[in-house]
Design a protein around this ligand. Structure first.
Ligand code: SAM
Ligand code: SF4
Ligand code: SF4
Length: 393
C-alpha cells in the first residue's frame, strides 16, 4: 500500500538566513536493508509513495576547476581540501555494473555529473559502456551530461561519438565580470559559449543551459540571457538558488522565486505556459509567444526549476550515485547507501539487484515538501547535508 504525495507551493520564509560557510561533514553510510523473503522481488519497483525509479545521476568526480560560490566556495574548497583518493572512486566497470542493475529496475535516463565530469579521464570510455545498455524493452538509454562547459569545445565530438545524446551546460550570465565573479576562477563567458556551439555542431542537442539565479548577484542577467538564447534551439532554464550542502552560506533573501522571475521575463518577452514534456520533469516550461499570443516553436522555450518555492517531490523518480558509490535518494539527504561495498563483495549482480530494490522500496524522501513545516532546529540540519559537488545536481 503506497500513499501519494501532494503538490505544494511553499511560502518563502527565511529560516536559515546568513548560515556561515563551514567545512562539509564527512558523509556516513546507511546500512543496505536486509533481504526478507521473495515477495519484495515481484511487481514494478516503486518507493513508499508509489514513485518509480526512472532517472539515475552518476557523479564521476568530486573535483572541479570552477569555484562557484553557491557550490564549491573557495574558502572551503581550498588547496587543503581532502578530495576522494583515486582508490575510493568507482571504476568505469563498477559504474556500468551498477547502472545495468538500475536499468533492469526501471531507469531510462542517466545523467553524468560531478564536480566537473569532463575532468574525469577517458570519460568517453564510460559513455560507450553505458550506451551499450538496454532497457528491459530493448531500448537504448537517454544518456546526458551536465558540465560547466570549460572543456566542452575540445571534447564535444568525442563525447557524441561515444554515445552521449545531449548536454546541459551551466552558465550564470553573459556579463563577463559577473560570470567571473560567480565561477571565482576568472573563466570567461566566451569559452563557455564556444563549448555550447561545439556541442551544437556535434549534434548534442537539444542543448539545455542552466542558470542559477541569485537575487542581487545575477538577476539582471535574466532578460539578456533569454534574448541571447531565444530562437537558437538552446533551452535556457533558470534554477532557484538552493540550500544544498552546508558550505555556500545560503540565504533565503538571495532566492528569486520562479513566479517573480517569470513575471519579470514576461514583461520583456511574452510567454505562454507549456505542458510538462515527461512525468517527473523538474522544469516548468514556458514558450515564447508570437504577436498573436500563441506559442511560437521557432522562438523556443525557457524552463524554471523551482526547487525552493515549489515542491516537486511527488513525482521525484531520481536516484544519485556518488563518485565513491554511495546511493542517495534525495538531493538533500545527509547519508547514502554504500553500493561500492556491495559491488565489491562476492555476492555478484544478484546481491546488487536485491540491494537496489530494497533501498528504493524503503524510500520516503521528500525534503522540499517537508521544508516549509520543519521546525527551525531541523532547518539548520543543513550542516549535515551532502555537498552538491559530491553527488552532482
Ligand atoms: N560542474 C557541472 C556544472 O556546473 O554544470 C556539473 C555539476 S553541478 C553541481 C550541477 C548543477 O548544479 C549546475 O547546473 C549548477 O549550476 C547547479 N548548482 C550547484 N549548486 C547549486 C545551488 N546551490 N543551487 C542551485 N543549483 C546549483
Ligand atoms: Fe563546479 Fe559545477 Fe559546482 Fe560550479 S556548479 S563549482 S562548475 S561542480
Ligand atoms: Fe526529489 Fe528530494 Fe528534490 Fe524532493 S527534495 S524533489 S525528493 S531530490
Amino acid at each position: 500500500m503506497t500513499t501519494r504525495l501532494p503538490h505544494r507551493t511553499i511560502s518563502l520564509v527565511d529560516q536559515r538566513a546568513g548560515a556561515i560557510p563551514t567545512r562539509p561533514a564527512q558523509p556516513g553510510s546507511l546500512p543496505v536493508p536486509p533481504a526478507r523473503g521473495a515477495a519484495s522481488q515481484k511487481g514494478p519497483l516503486v518507493d513508499t509513495f508509489g514513485r518509480p525509479l526512472r532517472d539515475l545521476r552518476i557523479s564521476v568526480t568530486d573535483r572541479c576547476n570552477f569555484r562557484c560560490s553557491y557550490c564549491m566556495p573557495k574558502e572551503v574548497f581550498d588547496k587543503d581540501y581532502a578530495y576522494l583518493p583515486q582508490s575510493a572512486l568507482l571504476s568505469f566497470e563498477e559504474i556500468t555494473r551498477i547502472a545495468r542493475q538500475f536499468v533492469a529496475h526501471g531507469v531510462q535516463k542517466i545523467r553524468l555529473t560531478g564536480g566537473e565530469p569532463l575532468l574525469r579521464k577517458n570519460l568517453e570510455v564510460l559513455i560507450a559502456q553505458l550506451a551499450d545498455l538496454r532497457t528491459p524493452e530493448g531500448r537504448p538509454l537517454d544518456i546526458t551530461l551536465t558540465t560547466n562547459g570549460s572543456l566542452l569545445a575540445r571534447k564535444a565530438q568525442a563525447l557524441k561519438d561515444a554515445g552521449l545524446r545531449r548536454v546541459t551546460v551551466s552558465l550564470d550570465g553573459l556579463d563577463d565580470t559577473i560570470f567571473k565573479r560567480m565561477n571565482d576562477v576568472d573563466f570567461p563567458v566566451s569559452d563557455v559559449l564556444a563549448g555550447i556551439e561545439a556541442a551544437q555542431a556535434a549534434g548534442l542537442g537539444p542543448i539545455k543551459v542552466n542558470m542559477v539565479v541569485k537575487r542581487g548577484t545575477n538577476d539582471h542577467e535574466i532578460v539578456p540571457m533569454a534574448r541571447h538564447f531565444q530562437g537558437s534551439g538552446v533551452v535556457l532554464r533558470f534554477i532557484e538558488y538552493m540550500d544544498v550542502g552546508a558550505t555556500n552560506g545560503w540565504r533565503m533573501d538571495e532566492v528569486l522565486p520562479s513566479g517573480e522571475l517569470i513575471a519579470r521575463l514576461e514583461a520583456a518577452l511574452p510567454l505562454v505556459a507549456l505542458e510538462a514534456s515527461a512525468p517527473g520533469e523538474t522544469a516548468q516550461r514556458w514558450g515564447y509567444a508570437d504577436p498573436s499570443g500563441k506559442y511560437d516553436p521557432q522562438r523556443g522555450e525557457v524552463g524554471v526549476i523551482s526547487s525552493v518555492s515549489q515542491a516537486f517531490c511527488g513525482e521525484c523518480n531520481r536516484a544519485r550515485l556518488s563518485t565513491e558509490g554511495q546511493l542517495y535518494l534525495c538531493l538533500f539527504a545527509s547519508q547514502g547507501y554504500d553500493l561500492r561495498s556491495v559491488v565489491r563483495s562476492a555476492g555478484g549482480d544478484a546481491e546488487l539487484a536485491g540491494a537496489i530494490r530494497r533501498i528504493w522500496q524503503g524510500r520516503s524522501d521528500r525534503y522540499s515538501l517537508l521544508r516549509a513545516s520543519l521546525p527551525p532546529e531541523a532547518q539548520s540540519s543543513g550542516a549535515r547535508r551532502v555537498e552538491m559537488s559530491y553527488i552532482g545536481g
